[in-house]
Design a protein around this ligand. Structure first.
Ligand code: NAD
Length: 358
């Protein structure tokens, strides 16, 4: 099969739900946060490819500031948030968070302020790039606003700390509804709710209850529940058992990195945050990769594929297909691959090769 055929088979995610193509008469404005670490390098790669493919996008670029904005209580300025609200779409690079101290995660602030309630993380085997599996084709849908990420932590007494896991019926129903809607719109057959309700009986119990409620409205989709530890084992043993997975925040964060490992690593996996009022903010699954930042070594594929998700959301289907196929063809051909994929190409050489494949 040609890459074109393979690509439409393995990448139904984010396609059919927005299938009608758009041809805007004026450029569409989209917000761009280059982010930290490798963020500016891979954002540069996206800009380069978009220019070469003549994508009708005008970037509104916002840098993460170096001073706390009192209105957001973080390094993220109010103007940056307003830009995403106004444009409705954007692409963000990774944002670093200090470990165990310092400011609150900018990623959390963004998700909270923009009501980005679902994070969609497609993960599929890339044609021509061999890993232990050649049939991975799944989508993790992560609840994005609560769970252990509520930011409610405090010291009870010296030597004892408490962290609150919040699960609400409203957020659980919303993400479950999104997962089933997504499965139906993208021709997927199964939704698995991933949980630990045998131990977290109240919180994950409520999450499951909401998933079951929504599942009843979608009799054409097979619904199952899998305990997270078993899910990890099944994913590593036979990832083709899964189709769409929906889960609370922390589990989604961890499981999607596990999934990235199945297909070749974090350099390859894209995502898109879906928010209230139809906001879409695409971003790679990976972080700022400080170990390779500034060395022209990073793989821009994950952010490029995220930008493809953004284009599909905007119904710029032709441009999305063109860029998507150019990325797959470049990797499949094997001449230009970044170091994380066993090659020796720099970020800029790989980007150039993608442009040559457009
Ligand atoms: P990471 O994802 O940045 O890196 C993990 C490993 O994967 C590293 O070895 C890195 O070199 C490699 N890697 C990641 N992306 C790559 C790419 N595009 N090309 C080649 N190799 C790549 O995770 P980490 O090191 O645990 O976190 C670093 C920082 O990123 C932390 O401050 C963390 O809070 C932040 N982070 C941000 C986000 C986000 O913005 N959404 C997500 C995860 C982590």
């Amino acid at each position: 099969a040609s890459i074109n055929q393979i690509s439409s088979r393995i990448f139904p995610a984010f396609e059919r739900s927005f299938s009608a193509a758009a041809s805007p008469s004026e450029p569409i404005r989209a917000t761009l946060f280059p982010g930290d670490g490798i963020g500016p390098e891979i954002a540069e790669s996206v800009k380069h490819v978009f220019n070469a493919a003549q994508v009708p996008i005008e970037w509104e670029e916002h840098f993460v500031g170096d001073k706390v904005d009192p209105r957001t209580e973080s390094f993220l300025t109010w103007e940056s948030l307003e830009s995403v609200r106004r444009n409705g779409v954007g692409l963000k690079g990774p944002m670093a968070t200090p470990i165990g101290k310092g400011h609150r995660s900018l990623n959390l602030t963004l998700r909270k302020e923009l009501g980005l309630y679902a994070n969609v993380r497609p993960c599929y085997s890339l044609p021509g790039y061999k890993t232990r599996y050649d049939d991975v084709n799944l989508v993790t849908i992560r609840e994005n606003t609560e769970g252990e990420y509520s930011g409610l932590e405090h010291q009870v007494v010296r030597g004892v700390v408490e962290s609150l896991k919040i699960i609400t019926r409203q957020a659980s129903l919303r993400v479950a509804e999104y997962a089933f809607h997504y499965a139906k719109a993208n021709g997927r057959q199964r939704v698995s709710a991933i949980h630990k309700a045998n131990i977290m009986r109240k919180t994950d119990g409520l999450f499951l209850k909401c998933c079951r409620e929504v599942a009843e409205k979608y009799p054409e989709i097979t619904y199952e529940e899998v305990i997270i530890d078993n899910c990890c084992m099944m994913l590593v043993k036979n990832p083709s058992l899964f189709d769409v997975l929906v889960m609370p925040n922390l589990y989604g964060d961890i499981i999607s990195d596990l999934c990235a490992g199945l297909i070749g690593g974090l350099g390859l996996t894209p995502s898109c945050n879906i928010g209230e009022g139809g906001i879409a903010l695409a971003e790679a699954v990976h972080g700022s990769a400080p170990d390779i930042a500034g060395k022209n070594l990073s793989n821009p594929t994950a952010l490029l594929l995220s930008s493809v998700m953004m284009l599909r959301h905007l119904k710029l289907t032709d441009k999305a297909d063109q860029i998507h196929n150019a990325i797959l063809n470049t990797i499949s051909e094997g001449k230009y691959r970044t170091v994380d994929l066993g090659g020796n190409s720099s970020t800029t050489d790989f980007t150039k090769a993608v442009c040559d494949h457009l």
